[in-house]
Design a protein around this ligand. Structure first.
Ligand code: NAD
Length: 497
């Protein structure tokens, strides 16, 4: 049994608590991947102190050089892609082709931000006064606390750490306790790439203890958090009191609309991937299907025909389409929603945990579909985060758009249509941060902004370049007056008034 450690000040160290927690394989709970440190505030304080000490050296390192480190990490991830993907499937459960995609997203993110070290653009604009110039630069902020969920165990830590570091901040990363191994492997890549001591720190442990200590620490000036809306609210309240920068990427209740003019087979492909890919455990997962009435019966027939053939099993088996849920308590939570759904709609597929044969020791749940769900139903409004799809039926596009927008969340949406007017109406009217036309609600690319409206966040975006650097930098505006006299803005060039 391997006992893993925290990474603080350039060294692998055990937690001061002396305690560890097991990381289990969700496809077979008997298998323990390793023991990880159950850190507390003392470990966090040590990590923040190391990050604070390293900050001056790192912020003075030219940004292109900081970018080169990230490019090297990307090369190491490329070399170790298969090994990391397999380790990720073991601890997180999603099928191997998806964990390969997760690592690839980290590699792509390294390319974007590694090269951003040579740009990090500010802007210049002409001054209103003669012999005076002004321009802006992006300045680093300090120690960034990065708190990440378990569903994209490598990609999300790279979305946060790479831009934070290229911008010149130092970091303390706390990954979800269901997937600590993937972050361990990422930090190994940083170490191999030669990251200076204290620039990257990794602290394992629970959210309520280690995570909360990061949020409360006065020397952590930025919190970048991805996780549930409930925890995001709590973090925002705590960090808000200390006037910290907080970037929140939270829950979703995403929907796919299918109009009667759509390519139905393509739309079935889309909803199968959107609803049951990653076992429905994506913030962008399709959990509502909004069907135009004329195609309802035909579409449901085709969808159920295909969904019933999905193979459930270990993500390491090449034939598996859908892996397990992350842990036993998620099986219970999904099952509780299915019980609620049975009173709110008609169960037409699945609806139970799977515990037979090879699935006996895992956290498996059958792909589940409810038809006849009203927009007011809880299963149509609350994030379930499992392989559960609710079908709602509408009479026209206006009703479809109203129905899609009628939720507290605003992450991702999709419409399948071959009518250009329908497509452009949807692009304009859907209130989500991401809109797909003739593609499922999942499938973001790392060089576009990623995030949502309403309860999905607090207005920040990850991904892209400008949006995420607005999280990790302060704008500094510089004026140089080379006139040799006192010039007064707003006053000197209005002397005639
Ligand atoms: P979670 O909120 O339970 O945990 C996320 C992280 O926060 C973990 O590292 C956890 O240990 C930590 N944490 C928990 N309580 C904390 C506290 N009080 N203080 C500080 N840290 C704390 O979420 P999860 O179950 O890991 O992930 C699933 C959720 O994440 C879903 O709601 C999903 O929609 C959301 N998510 C959102 C995005 C996005 O980009 N919008 C992406 C992936 C997941």
């Amino acid at each position: 049994m391997t006992t893993f450690k925290n990474f603080i000040g350039g060294k692998w160290v055990p937690s001061k608590t002396g305690k560890t927690f097991p990381n289990r394989n969700p496809a077979d709970q008997r298998e323990i991947i390793g023991e990880f440190p159950a850190s507390d505030a003392r470990d966090v304080h040590q990590a923040v102190a190391a990050a604070k000490e390293a900050f001056d050296g790192w912020r003075r390192t030219p940004a292109p050089k900081r970018g080169e480190l990230i490019l090297k990490v990307g090369d190491i991830l490329t070399r170790r892609k298969e090994e990391i993907a397999k380790a990720m499937t073991r601890e997180m459960g999603k099928v191997l082709k998806e964990t390969r995609g997760d690592v690839q997203e980290g590699i792509d993110t390294a390319v974007v931000h590694g090269s951003e070290g040579r740009r990090l653009h500010g802007f210049s604009a002409p001054s209103e006064l003669p012999h005076k110039v002004g321009w802006t630069v992006r300045a680093p902020i300090g120690v960034a606390g990065l708190i990440t969920p378990w569903n994209f165990p490598l990609a999300i830590p790279t979305w946060k750490s790479f831009p934070a570091l290229v911008a010149g901040n130092t970091i303390v990363l706390k990954p979800a306790s269901d997937t600590p191994h993937s972050s361990h492997l990422l930090v190994e890549a940083f170490e191999e790439a030669g990251v200076p001591s204290g620039v990257v720190n990794l602290v394992h442990g629970s959210g309520s203890v280690a995570g909360n200590a990061i949020v409360e620490h006065p020397d952590v000036r930025i919190i970048s958090f991805t996780g549930s809306t409930a925890v995001g609210r709590q973090i925002s309240a705590t960090a808000g009191k200390a006037l910290k920068r907080v970037s929140l990427e939270l829950g979703g209740k995403n929907a796919q609309i299918v109009m009667d003019d759509a390519d139905l087979e393509l739309a079935v492909d889309g909803v199968l991937w959107g609803a049951f890919g990653t076992t429905g455990q994506r913030c962008t997962a399709t959990s509502r299907l909004i069907l135009h009435k004329p195609i309802h019966d035909e579409f449901v027939r085709r969808l159920i025909g295909r969904a019933a053939t999905l193979k459930i099993g270990s993500g390491l088996d090449p034939g598996t389409d859908v892996g397990p849920l992350i842990n036993p308590s998620r099986v219970e939570a999904v099952d509780d929603y299915v019980e609620i759904g049975k009173k709110e709609g008609e169960l037409i597929l699945g609806g139970e945990p799977l515990r037979d044969g090879k699935l006996k020791h895992g956290c498996f749940y059958a792909p589940t579909v409810f038809d006849g769900v009203a927009p007011t139903a809880r299963i149509a409004r609350e994030e379930i985060f499992g392989p559960v799809l609710s079908i709602l039926t509408v009479k026209d596009l206006d009703e479809a758009v109203r129905c899609l927008n009628d939720t507290a969340y605003g992450l991702s949406s999709s419409i399948y249509t071959r009518d250009v007017n329908n497509a452009f109406t949807a692009m304009q009217e859907l209130e989500t941060g991401i809109v797909y036309v003739n593609a499922p609600t999942i499938g973001a690319e790392c060089h576009y902004p990623f995030g949502g409206t309403k309860d999905t966040g607090n207005g920040h975006r990850e991904g892209g370049t400008h949006p995420v650097y607005d999280v990790f930098t302060e704008w500094k505006t510089i004026y140089v007056d080379y006139s040799g006299r006192l010039q007064k803005a707003q006053i000197d060039n209005r002397k005639s008034e």
